[in-house]
Design a protein around this ligand. Structure first.
Ligand SMILES: [Zn+2]
Length: 728
């Protein structure tokens, strides 16, 4: 059994609680122990205030909130703060406490849902068969317990297992009906997921239709309906190539292949997903009809899926019985770093489908499979300094700089500390000896401090009370772990603010990339967002003699953005905590920029029409507009000519973010009218054909654009096509 010294900190007079804590080293609590503890703690009719109950209550509430926060970071923001190992440890501690203190667990209102990746930006749909997660084990004893359960059900010791790499990407379920791909859902909450079919269709290795003839000409049966389950991921080489490309464009790097995969699978523009070079492997199924053709073993299922044209693992290791299974796990562990994709452990599966069925499922995971995980690799080094970086929203991110150290073959010298809370939790002193690990073998992080090696005269790191860029005071009183510089004119923020404002996620201003923004800031032509709308071509041309055509193009796209959807403007001004999804809700509920900047707590509390706005959003809005400069910024944007439109919900616009080019004379519509129609459906009209162009709207006597569109394989449509859409 593994015990963690920090757990003793929660020890109290009641031995039962201490026992639970000391034994809660994730999967290692013997099941036989837990019920005894629970019986001992069965409350009497009028329970006396018991210190162990008080601690348990506080700890359960804390763990539920903390786990929910990490779920949000992992599933929705694809930006985890802690390693899977630490996350699993929190979950196991919670599970043990809930088991031992069932009444307290029930009485607390903070409920813990299983992780949920749905983000409200996609249509959702139900899985025919729930999409469960896997039980996790970190030790040989947990593996032995798993085998005991399996061998008991099969009445023999020599159970045949498969050992597979556990790919670190995002889970996906594809439904094929009569062999045709009809739907692709994320795991979501296990019962219902986000429909990302359009994005999935862009992954070349995913067949739109299953083939019923194998390579050697044999016929196979295609199921009437099957839900195929697997993982979408980014190979290390693609991850590196995409990051290099982003860096050359002045964009931020993805921290982990998993964030790249998760972010890309959920882009609103499937053309962009296509450029992210995602890969996929399948290793399971949900619904499978008719059941008469379900294969007899997991290995046969892989062969069958391969014959249908689905990408599956090419070789799978097998082992019979617990001893061989242990050996295989050790071998495969050392092979993990050789896979071209990120992994976070191994998966052990029972091969025989009939035995899988006999073992069945708990409400969260199958009993016939197990995720075997390994504690991450660690190294010791010395903390040299902590630098504070200022982000677009003014978010202050501390970055630890330490003496270079080598982990899993690569040298690292810095790690993000995320926020103030992470620093105080670690109790960091500059010069400390620190333990570093690589979470998921990629992201370095500081795990702990070896205080025995600390200098006697060192002092805890003090978070600065002023912004390192503009010296504005930081609101240190806030309970939030994250601290911000709220100065709207902070120079460090300006570049990133304009980049964000102009990005395709917000105002979508073509031609306003990082290099141009840098030029505009350096020449002092742009000192804040509203200055963009005062730009004239003479001013733009003077310093660098920029090409006249691209200057006019830029000015046109800035001008066009004056009438962007309201949610784009709200998203664009960069209120801390307000992304696309929350901006959409605010735009629909509040209706204008001015009303948003003038809203008060009394308004929020008093009117039921604001019920759809959650507490976090409310607080973000009130905090942001409590700074007079931010209200002024909004007024100046309005004065500069920003007149946002309150268009239909973007999720309903059929042509959302599709690019159109017009050529020739249309039968009934003028060019201007056609543009209006396309824009009202969410489309974007451009003058020239580029790599972004999706459709060419063709009239009579077309120009050279027709030939160009044909060469580039762009879909050509006519006026009738557009008019039909307006009636749908
Ligand atoms: Zn600042």
């Amino acid at each position: 059994m593994v015990c963690y010294p920090f757990r003793i900190a929660y020890a109290c007079s009641s031995c039962a609680y201490l026992l639970v804590l000391l034994c809660s080293a994730f999967a290692d609590i013997p099941p036989s122990l837990a019920p005894q503890v629970a019986r001992e703690l069965k409350p009497t009719e009028t329970p006396a205030p018991n210190p162990s109950n008080v601690f348990a209550r506080e700890r359960i509430a804390f763990l539920r909130t903390e786990i929910a926060r990490h779920d949000d970071l992992y599933f929705k923001q694809a930006n985890p703060e802690i390693s899977d190992f630490e996350y699993d440890r929190l979950k196991q501690e919670l599970r043990n406490l809930e088991y031992s203190f069932p009444n307290i667990a029930k009485s607390l209102t903070t409920l813990l849902e299983i992780g949920d990746d749905r983000d409200g930006l996609f249509q959702t749909d139900r899985h025919e068969t729930p999409m469960l997660s896997l039980r996790k084990a970190y030790s040989h004893s947990a593996l032995q317990r798993f085998h005991k359960q399996v061998s008991h059900a099969s009445n023999e010791e020599a159970v045949l297992y498969l050992i597979e790499p556990k790919i670190d990407g995002i889970a996906i379920s594809l439904t094929y009906e009569q062999g045709n791909l009809v739907r692709a859902l994320t795991r979501g909450n296990g019962l219902e997921g986000d429909d990302i079919t359009a994005n999935i269709m862009t992954i070349p290795s995913i067949p739109k239709k299953l083939t019923d003839t194998t390579e050697d000409g044999q016929k196979t049966t295609i199921p009437d309906r099957i839900e195929i389950r697997g993982e979408i991921f980014s190979n290390f080489s693609d991850f590196e190539a995409i990051n290099r490309q982003r860096e050359s464009r002045g964009e931020s790097r993805f921290t982990h292949p998993r964030s790249l995969a998760a972010g890309s699978a959920k882009l609103s523009d499937s053309n962009q997903t296509a450029q992210r070079k995602l890969s996929v492997l399948f290793f399971g199924y949900g619904d499978f009809l008719p059941s008469s053709i379900v294969p007899k073993t997991q290995r046969e299922f892989y062969q069958l899926a391969h014959s249908w044209g689905l990408p599956v693992l090419q070789t799978v290791r097998t082992a019979k019985g617990i001893d061989r299974l242990s050996t295989a796990i050790n071998d495969e562990k050392s092979n993990l770093s050789e896979h071209p994709y990120p992994t976070d452990g191994l998966v052990v599966k029972v091969d025989l489908i009939a035995l899988q069925a006999k073992l069945g499922y708990t409400n969260q995971a199958p009993r016939w499979a197990l995720a075997y995980k390994f504690a991450p690799k660690q190294a010791e080094t010395r903390l040299l300094s902590i630098n504070i970086q200022v982000g677009r929203t003014g978010l202050l991110t501390p970055l630890a700089e330490f003496a270079p150290v080598s982990i899993s073959g690569s040298k690292i010298s810095r790690a993000t500390l995320h926020n103030r809370r992470s620093i105080s939790k670690l109790d960091l002193h500059i010069g400390d000896t620190i333990i570093i690990e690589k979470a998921g073998e990629i992201i370095p992080r500081i795990v702990s401090v070896d205080t025995s090696k600390r200098h006697a005269d060192s002092t805890p790191y003090a978070f600065p009370d002023r912004c390192p860029s503009c010296s504005s005071a930081i609101n240190l009183l806030s309970n939030e772990a994250n601290l911000y510089c709220y100065n709207a004119k902070c120079p460090a923020q300006l570049q990133r603010r304009i980049e964000h404002f102009a990005s395709s996620q917000c105002m979508n201003i073509d031609g306003l990339g990082p290099a141009t923004i840098q030029l505009l800031i350096a020449s002092k032509v742009v000192k804040d967002l509203p200055d963009l709308y005062k730009l004239e071509s003479s001013k733009l041309l003077s310093p660098e003699k920029t090409n006249l055509v691209s200057t006019n193009k830029l000015l046109n796209s800035i001008k066009r953005s004056k009438h962007a959807d309201l949610w784009r403007v709200i998203c664009g001004i960069g209120i801390p905590g307000i992304g696309k999804a929350r901006a959409k809700i605010l735009a629909e509920t509040i209706g204008s920029l001015e009303s948003l900047s003038e809203i008060s707590k009394v308004d929020f509390d008093g009117a039921s029409e604001y019920n759809s706005i959650d507490a976090v959003t409310r607080r973000a809005i009130l905090d942001y507009f409590s700074v007079p400069d931010n209200r002024t910024l909004v007024k100046q944007l309005i004065l500069a000519g920003i007149q946002p439109s309150l268009s239909s919900k973007p999720s309903k616009s059929i042509l959302s973010d599709k690019h159109f080019v017009l050529t020739g004379k249309l039968p009934t519509l003028s060019r201007q009218k056609a543009t209006q129609v396309i824009e009202s459906l969410g489309g974007i009209v451009r003058d020239t054909i580029t790599e972004k162009t999706d459709y060419l709207l063709l009239g009579t006597n077309p120009g050279s654009k027709l030939k160009e569109a044909q060469e580039r394989n762009i879909t050509i449509i006519d006026e009738a096509f557009i008019l039909r859409l307006t009636r749908e």
